[in-house]
Write a protein that binds this ligand. Structure first.
Ligand SMILES: Cc1ncc(COP(=O)(O)O)c(C=O)c1O
Length: 395
């Protein structure tokens, strides 16, 4: 079969695709012709254990042999165990709602904010320019990028976008109708831009003072990718007042399932009671197979010390990439842990990604000027060295 030709005929042309990938193992993938590539793009920050991890295979096949799907009418032990662990990471409070994707996780936390403001007529939600929150109608309305909205107007009302990392801009955008602020801890699709500690603490203080919710989209930057459970935990490490920081609701997906399509929303104890029976649901969310995937991801992260590993690999990447600043149109290198962006002065990210693939390295563009390293959390030092070698050779 000619796969690209069949895509042209039978699949909506909504993405620019290149390689026909046939198989993977760890941080390596092979195309249909058997050519090997080093995959440090991680399926856009999803494959946190790499490809074909033996523990993942075992957990999925064992669970599939017992029970794949039950629907939300029934209890499921794997989901209960996973929810307990996620609540534990959030300090032992709050509640989880399981979903099937990042966009759906955002739908949930946005609905929580709408519900919180409903009685008082507050529905506006401030988000950041350059953000990305998914492709559903609420997702594109929340996303601070005009190109995602074009052709789908009218947008879901009530979203206001202001510059990222700019607390004064949020204050200036407040109206009596504002109910929430929603940000990514590190803007991913927007180009790997981390929130500053002052911005995070300032937003928390402001939203508390005004009776508003602080919503976190942690779909890409969460789940240990930065070397902490959440990126804000890493950003606020050692910062005075940082230990008490917690948003009111948070969305997850990507690394949560290590490649199994699943997401989740965490909602604080203050707001969780708003979402009672009938308020929200999904047929697949929190199914037994998804629960098994989420649990095995955490088991391996904990057993194999992957938090320490991804911190060290992030440092290794930064050390290797920084000397390239000022060469080949590279103007900045930013991010930390397993979320590093290389910023070019002009719109060449797409071309460079193509050239890197030709050289045997799979990476992901973020917009037109930034290339992202989003490696598996178990990537080795030797693989990072090899990636740096191919990268600097190709650019
Ligand atoms: C920050 C952020 N939010 C939401 C999404 C949407 O997630 P999904 O594609 O799983 O719907 C993404 C996807 O890239 C993302 O990076």
């Amino acid at each position: 079969m000619n796969v690209p030709e069949t895509y042209q005929r039978c699949i909506l042309n909504t993405a620019r695709r290149s390689l026909v990938l046939a198989r993977g193992e760890g941080a390596k993938v092979w195309d249909a012709d058997g050519r090997e590539y080093l995959d440090l793009g991680g399926g856009i920050a999803v494959n946190c254990l790499g490809h074909a991890h033996p523990d993942m295979l075992r957990a999925l096949s064992e669970q599939a042999g017992r029970l794949i799907h039950t629907s939300n009418f029934y209890y499921s032990e794997p989901a209960a165990r996973l929810a307990e662990r996620l609540v534990g990471f959030m300090g032992g409070s709050g509640k989880i709602f399981f979903t099937n994707s990042g966009a759906e996780s955002n739908e949930c936390i946005l609905k929580v904010a709408r519900k919180a403001g409903n009685a008082t007529g507050r529905y506006e939600i401030i988000t950041a320019l350059n953000s990305f929150h998914g492709r559903t109608f609420a997702g594109i309305a929340a996303t601070g990028q005009e190109k995602m909205k074009q052709g789908f107007e009218p947008m879901l009302p009530g979203f206001v976008h202001v510059p990222y990392n700019d607390l004064a801009a949020v204050e200036a955008a407040l109206t009596p109708r504002t109910i929430a602020v929603m940000i990514e801890g590190i803007q991913g699709e927007g180009g790997i831009t981390p929130a500053s500690a002052e911005y995070l603490l300032g937003l928390r203080k402001l939203t508390r003072e005004r009776g508003m919710l602080l919503l976190f989209d942690a779909v890409q930057c969460g789940h240990f990718r930065t070397g902490c459970y959440q990126s804000y935990m890493r950003t606020l490490e050692g910062v005075s007042g940082g230990g008490d920081f917690r948003p009111d609701a948070l969305s997850m997906a990507k690394s949560l399932g290590g490649g199994f399509p699943m997401g989740a929303a965490w909602i604080s104890d203050e707001f969780a009671p708003l979402m009672g029976p009938g308020s929200h649901n999904t047929t697949y969310g929190g199914g037994p197979l998804a629960g098994a995937a989420g649990n095995v991801v955490l088991d391996v992260i904990e057993r194999d010390g992957l938090v320490a590993n991804i911190r060290a690999r992030g440092e290794q990447l930064l050390t290797g990439l920084r000397p390239l600043i000022g060469r080949s149109g590279i103007v900045a290198v930013r991010g930390f842990g397993g979320m590093i962006g290389v910023v070019f002065e002009d719109e060449r990210a797409g071309d460079v990604v193509k050239k890197l693939a030709e050289a045997g390295l799979v990476l992901v563009a973020a917009g037109t000027k930034v290339i992202r390293f989003l490696p598996p959390l178990n990537v080795t030092a030797a693989e990072i060295d090899r990636g740096l070698e191919i990268f600097s050779g190709a650019v």
